[in-house]
Design a protein around this ligand. Structure first.
Ligand code: PMP
Ligand code: GLU
Length: 399
């Protein structure tokens, strides 16, 4: 019997696979340093955990409305107003099982078979697969390092066809850590309005920005016409160290939100009621915990970048946000690492894991096969040890 062609054409997530592999090796007693999946190493802040416990004790353990509890949808509206200057009503908010689920809902709600979604590479690997799952076609723009991996208007125009339905933005970016400024966003907004296409704006790393001259701007705040064409995707996994709680959300025009809520009502009912209550505490409570984590991430960003700069065959831009270092390893190609000739970032990553027990993500599935990604959401001590080992491996390479 032949199973679903579409399902069989989808590749499982390599970020998830690498973190499982690293965890397996660790469990087998090997001294693994994991720069794999992007997951904060901090505990969920105490007041948020307590809100989850209180929700259990007060019996918030039943189905909620499919699109989320009124309390959480209102907390999201208040957050968007307070932090992003955006006006949304509860009916425009859909709470889902993580931002990944929010994104999947968004693609399912907007795409017809064969419609295209423009995705600037390097991109977080799941976008392209999600578009395919929804019957769409990902159209990749290969941005350039000399443009800080920002797409240009010319590149966007070249990618556009009659079938284009949407463009995806991620700022701060996973994997590059670059932050779009107002001019970058305005260019995309003008283009989307002119062509009447949608923007899916993934803002999940918005609170993790490390330089005073960089700020997060939501593209939806650039005017009514672009607001009407934007689906904002956000969540609490990264900024509140809540990856396991699985809460993400969208803010979108009424018609799109209605479709997403309807799809979700069949596919998942509601997201976890306890996690929703904890998320209300995260959004409405003190934001000091986020600031504290951000200070730590900045120290790590500064340190890992300094170490990478000192390794001759690796090249990276300084990340401005998120928690990833994105490094070009093509300088090592043709070199011999303990009997293996390195010809791709995948070879480099495999050699690093085999010989030095350091897990990194090779970025072919992010649209950039010459790059690796290092998540620095781990302790400074681990980063120091991991970078020592990477430096040692590169130094040991033979011609
Ligand atoms: N968007 C980006 C850019 C991400 O890196 C992630 C990481 N998982 C997600 C969305 C999804 O986050 P989650 O499902 O954990 O909320
Ligand atoms: N978003 C994180 C990453 O890029 C977590 C894993 C995943 O969801 O892909 O590593």
């Amino acid at each position: 019997m032949e199973l679903s062609k579409r399902a069989m054409s989808i590749k499982a997530s390599t970020t998830m696979a690498i973190s499982s592999r690293a965890a397996e090796l660790k469990a087998a007693g090997l001294p693994v340093i994991a720069f794999g999946a992007g997951e904060p190493d901090f505990d969920t802040p105490e007041h948020i955990r307590q809100a989850g416990i209180d929700a259990i004790h007060s019996g918030q353990t039943r189905y909620t409305p499919a699109a989320g509890t009124p309390a959480l949808r209102q907390a999201v509206c208040d957050k968007l107003k307070r932090e992003n200057g955006l006006d949304y009503e509860q009916a425009q908010i859909v709470i889902s099982n993580g931002a990944k689920h929010s994104l999947m809902n968004a693609f399912l709600a907007i795409l017809n078979e064969g419609e295209e979604v423009i995705i600037p590479a390097p991109f977080w690997l799941s976008y392209a697969e999600m578009v395919r799952i929804a019957g769409g076609v990902p159209v990749i723009i290969h941005t350039k390092k000399e443009n800080q991996f920002m797409m240009t208007k010319e590149e966007l125009e070249a990618a556009y066809t009659e079938k284009t339905k949407a463009v995806v933005l991620t700022s701060p970016s996973n994997p590059t850590g670059q932050v779009m400024d107002r001019a970058d966003l305005q260019m995309v907004a003008d283009f989307a309005v002119e062509k009447d296409i949608l923007v899916i704006s993934d803002e999940i790393y918005e609170k993790l920005i490390y330089d005073a001259d960089k700020e997060h701007i939501s593209i939806a705040s650039l005017g009514k016409e672009i607001y009407d064409r934007t689906i904002i995707v956000n969540g609490v996994s990264k900024s509140y160290a809540m990856t396991g709680w699985r809460i993400g959300y969208t803010a979108a025009p009424h018609a799109i939100s209605k479709l997403m809520a309807s799809l979700q009502s069949h596919m998942a009912s509601n997201p976890n009621s306890i996690a929703q209550a904890a998320t209300v505490a995260a959004l409405n409570g003190s934001q000091d915990c986020v600031k504290e984590m951000c200070v730590e991430f900045k120290k790590r960003r500064d340190y890992i970048f300094e170490r990478e700069e000192a390794i001759p065959m690796l090249q990276a831009l300084k990340p401005q946000g998120a928690f990833y270092l994105f490094a070009d390893v093509s300088g090592t190609y043709g070199k011999n690492s303990n009997g293996t000739v390195i010809r791709s970032a995948a070879d480099f990553a495999a050699a690093l894991l085999d010989q030095k027990y350091v897990a990194v993500v090779p970025c072919a599935d992010f649209g950039m096969p010459d790059y690796i990604r290092l998540s620095y959401a781990t302790s400074l001590e681990n980063i120091r040890e991991g970078m020592d080992r990477i430096e040692a491996m590169v130094k040991e390479l033979k011609d």
